[in-house]
Design a protein around this ligand. Structure first.
Ligand code: ADP
Length: 695
């Protein structure tokens, strides 16, 4: 039981302190009292004060009573004037009580000397003033004794201040288990050091030899380095007792000082040595504590970092898996919808429903792409593919894509150009387009009537070019108090509006991430009710010249090509065969990498469309083996078609020797463009490897 343990500990401390009080009082009175009745060294007040600091109030009262009885008895036994006994007892109580009160204020709840600052504050603000005040009181009250008042005041102050300076910190440190925590040494070492302290204390004032008190300081400093604050405290107490005894009992050596003066001198040396070495010990233990704390924090930080890394890796893996799992069925939904839409003979209602499925599938795919994009931005995995392009071309491409939805809402879509917008610059046009599409898409979404304007401003700054894009609308606008949340993930300025229009709330966060990845700035100005202006600025390098726009390939331009389609999902094979058939290709099917390798080694294919995750042999391994085939069979263009569009997978595909990558769900146009690229325009093959991961 902790209460019982506390009680036992306090009772033991009280008992030890009372006995020590009596013993030290006897020691000080018997050995050091001058003829005037005031001891030259007074250790007991410090012991009592330490007890008052360490014990709860009620138990401290018991200690006060015990010490008073002990003090009166000792004084009476050594023949002190009877009428002075209550005065001595009262003054001792007052002195110890005052000092304890001040120390409790200095130390607060902890009541321990944990650092040098506390030790100095105790000495200056508790020991010195209380002993000085008691000395004045003693001078006034004991003036009828033989000594004169000033002598009593000085004698009391030096004896009590020195005594308390030695005994009080010593007891507080000895009672504090943590004070010895950093410097636990082997018993042999402890015995050696304490033995050395005892020996030097005795030798310092050996009779008939020259006194060598200067040996005491190194002894205490050694204790400070090896045994810590507690070791110093114990050593100083031993020193005070042994050396005082030696001086008192030994014959006076030849010198000008009287016995009491020599004791005073000795105690002064011990007190200074104690304070010096205690300072060293406290600083050392503070350092050790800081080191321990630092090591602890470093370990905690390392653990947190490991956890974060593991969580990051798990998140990446989860996203890759989920993205794959969602894209695979999406491939069939979107793919078959696309092929069905091409049929001219559908009833009107069926066509309308098909359009709805197609649109819903597209939105779902956009959400999956947003989540994937955002997670890549968060982990810094987005790599920019810079290529020469003009800002005008990027803007026009984007407007072309967005114009059907603007038209559908009856909105005017305008392009405004300022500066040399046809200047070729190095940009990642796909990423810039992605940002513009997002901003323009939002502008169209949140504008019921009026116009949406894209303004591009290009400023040639000499070594580089500043590109500023502004998307202005005449829509609902955004309330001022919600603006600061706009670019944060999953934030929809007004969730009721956002919900009504749909959207993941990731769009602007992705835009911000992308603009920042390009080293640019993004912002918004808006007036509720009168529209918003979203803008971003990037700095791009000059480019030699933007390439001519490639003419989009036509379906019949493919000609009759032979395609090997490798996929372990029957539905994907079915869809792939339908789409390729639609594009006029001759298709052969394989269910896994091993079958693909066997088919490919026969040669005769113009292109292989290779899935990646497959049983028996995966697409990456199959590609490696096909590339190892001799002759034309090993040269065939291999296009990865996978729902796993994480950058690491793309990189693995390229390293295995794949020519290109297409993300699932397959868009007919993108598949067509890739087939055209690899079967008809060998000169463009290098450029084609920078195709986007997601078609
Ligand atoms: P979401 O993908 O849901 O549209 P965004 O991050 O793109 O997410 O946009 C977050 C929110 O910002 C939207 O839900 C909308 O409330 C607000 N917002 C964005 N653009 C506009 C705009 N042009 N006009 C009014 N509100 C807008």
């Amino acid at each position: 039981m902790p209460i019982n343990r506390d009680l036992r500990r306090d009772a033991l401390l009280g008992l030890i302190l009372t006995i020590s009080f009596a013993a030290s009082a006897l020691f000080c009175v018997a050995l050091t009292r001058e003829s005037g009745g005031v001891a030259t060294l007074w250790l007991p007040s410090g012991l009592m004060a330490a007890g008052f600091v360490l014990l709860p109030l009620r138990r401290a009262a018991w200690l006060a009573a015990g010490c008073t009885v002990a003090g009166v008895t000792v004084n009476f036994a050594v023949g002190a004037p009877v009428d002075a006994l209550p005065l001595f007892a009262g003054l001792n109580l007052f002195e110890a009580g005052m000092a304890a009160l001040i120390i409790r204020r200095i130390c607060g709840q902890r009541r321990r000397i944990a650092d040098l600052a506390t030790l100095l504050r105790i000495a200056l603000f508790a020991i010195v003033p209380t002993t000085a005040l008691t000395a004045i009181l003693a001078g006034a009250l004991l003036g009828y004794l033989t000594q004169s008042t000033p002598q009593i005041v000085i004698g009391w102050f030096t004896a009590n201040a020195l005594g308390m300076a030695i005994s009080l910190p010593a007891v507080m440190l000895l009672a504090d288990r943590r004070a010895g925590h950093d410097s636990r040494r082997a018993l042999a070492e402890q015995i050696t050091i304490y033995g050395l302290v005892a020996l030097l204390s005795a030798v310092a004032y050996l009779p008939h030899s020259f006194p060598t008190p200067m040996l005491l300081t190194p002894a205490l400093v050694a204790a400070a380095f090896r045994l810590g604050p507690r070791g110093v405290a114990l050593s100083a107490l031993m020193m005070a007792i042994i050396a005082t005894t030696m001086v008192s009992l030994g014959p006076a050596y030849h010198g000008a000082l009287s016995q009491p003066q020599r004791i005073l001198n000795l105690q002064f040396i011990i007190a200074t040595a104690l304070f010096t070495s205690l300072s060293v010990a406290l600083i050392l233990s503070e350092q050790a504590r800081t080191r321990r704390m630092l090591a602890m924090r470093t370990r905690a930080a390392k653990r947190a970092q490991d956890r974060a890394q593991a969580a990051g890796a798990a998140k990446g893996e989860f996203l890759a898996t989920m993205s794959h799992e969602i894209r695979t069925p999406m491939n069939s939904i979107l793919g078959f919808t696309q092929t069905l839409r091409r049929h001219q003979d559908l009833p009107d209602e069926a066509r309308r429903q098909l359009e709805l499925i197609h649109r819903a599938g597209g939105s779902l795919l956009a959400v999956v792409n947003d989540i994937l994009d955002y997670s890549r931005l968060e982990t810094g995995e987005v790599e920019l593919a810079l290529a020469p392009r003009t800002s005008r071309a990027v803007a026009q491409d984007t407007l072309e894509i967005i114009s059907p939805s603007a038209e559908a809402k009856g909105l005017e879509l305008l392009l405004e150009e300022v500066g040399p917008t046809d200047l070729p610059v190095m940009v990642d046009d796909l990423r810039v387009r992605q940002i513009l599409l997002n901003l323009l898409g939002n502008a169209v979404k949140f504008t019921a009537a009026g116009q949406v304007r894209l303004k591009i401003t290009v400023r040639d700054q000499g070594p580089d070019v500043l590109l500023r894009f502004e998307v202005q609308d005449t829509g609902v606008g955004i309330p001022r108090e919600l603006m600061h949340r706009l670019f944060r993930r999953f934030s929809q300025a007004d969730s009721s509006v956002g919900r009504a229009f749909g959207g993941s709330g990731l769009g602007l966060a992705i835009c911000k991430g992308l603009v920042e990845a390009m080293g640019g700035l993004i912002g918004v100005k808006s007036q509720p009710g009168s529209g918003s202006v979203f803008w971003f600025e990037i700095v791009a390098e000059h480019a030699a010249a933007a390439p001519e726009e490639a003419e989009p390939a036509h379906a019949d331009a493919l000609g009759k090509i032979r395609v090997l389609l490798v996929d372990d999902h029957a539905m994907n094979r079915d869809l792939g065969a339908t789409v390729l058939d639609l594009l006029g290709c001759e298709v052969e099917l394989a269910c896994d990498g091993a079958e693909a390798l066997e088919a490919a080694s026969g040669g005769g294919f113009d292109v292989i469309l290779m899935d990646i995750h497959m049983p028996v042999m995966d697409g990456v391994e199959a590609t490696r083996r096909i590339r190892a085939l001799s002759g034309e069979a090993g040269q065939v263009p291999i296009i990865a078609m996978s729902a796993d569009v994480m950058p690491e997978m793309m990189e693995r595909c390229r390293r295995a020797g794949m020519s290109d990558t297409l993300g699932k769900p397959i868009q007919i146009e993108a598949l067509h463009a890739a087939l055209a690229r690899w079967t008809q325009a060998p000169a463009d093959q290098d450029a084609a490897t920078t195709l986007p991961a997601v078609a």
